[in-house]
Ligand binder design. Structure first.
Ligand code: OAD
Length: 233
């Protein structure tokens, strides 16, 4: 078990590995999403300009996979941890699925956006809940302002969401844990370097991430097995 004192503040950074045991493919590695799709063709402002239907086809496919997925023990352990620690837990995920919420987490920062939300590509109308599958030959839906409705996702070349809140929480945390993330995508890959020397830094996943040297501890194994050991079932 991981000792957490009453003054500790815990920052958790999740990556695709947390949802792997729910059947949602990771991005890199065998069977990864980026083995079958080119990032610049489906997940970039350039892709949206060039072929918005292809972009919607990609996110509709991912909506289908995610809507069939169930939360796994890793999500449930983190939801329980929120109940125990309250505000002293900051849960930040790079995942766009809603499995943390399905497991009962209430305060999740989705720094790369949310798969089941859309927004206008032109005006500042807030993102809205949307689980439609926009598959051809459907037209790209339009906002009343005339703009096109796009997925509420942070694409490559765009700025992640919630960075002010995230850096404030990093500055306060005493325990930093990254789970199931390969440590190659910025800025998330550098969060551990931001807190190193000040917070206990822990990695959980089946293999060492690219930024492993910045962690004081690596617990190798699947999140669904390691997290119940660290935090209780
Ligand atoms: P990656 O696909 O790069 O890495 C997934 C990590 O999960 C790998 O290090 C695996 O070892 C690990 N893993 C696999 N199964 C696991 C399990 N059962 N338990 C724990 N870990 C496991 O995914 P991310 O690092 O999340 O961005 O990728 C970061 C970002 O790159 C994504 O949010 C996405 C992607 O391009 C956008 O789309 C903006």
């Amino acid at each position: 078990m991981l000792p957490i004192s009453s003054t500790d503040r815990v920052f958790i950074l999740c990556g695709a590995g947390v949802s792997a045991e729910s059947g949602i493919p990771t991005f890199r590695g065998v069977g990864g999403v980026w083995r079958n799709y080119r990032i610049e063709e489906v997940a970039s402002p350039y892709a949206w300009q060039r072929d918005p239907r292809l972009v919607w086809e990609f996110y509709s496919m991912r909506r289908k996979v995610a809507s069939a997925a169930k939360a796994n023990p890793a999500h449930f352990v983190l939801a329980k941890l929120e109940q125990t620690l309250g505000e002293r837990l900051f849960l930040c995920t790079q995942n766009v699925d809603n499995l943390h919420e399905k497991a009962g987490s209430c305060r999740v920062i989705h720094m790369h956006g949310e798969l089941f939300k859309s927004r206008c590509d032109t005006c500042h109308r807030p993102p809205f809940d949307d689980s439609h599958l926009y598959e051809p030959p459907a037209e790209i839906p339009r906002c009343p302002c005339g703009g096109q409705i796009r997925p509420h996702i942070c694409w490559f070349g765009e700025v992640p969401f919630g960075l002010n809140q995230i850096y404030a929480a990093l500055d306060e945390c005493t325990i930093f844990m990254a789970i199931g993330t390969s440590g190659v995508v910025e800025p998330a890959a550098s969060f551990v370097a931001h807190v190193r020397g000040r917070a206990r830094t822990i990695y959980v996943g089946p293999e060492h991430p690219a930024n492993a040297s910045s962690f004081t501890e690596c617990h190798l194994g699947n999140a669904g097995q390691v997290l119940p050991r660290l935090f209780g079932p």
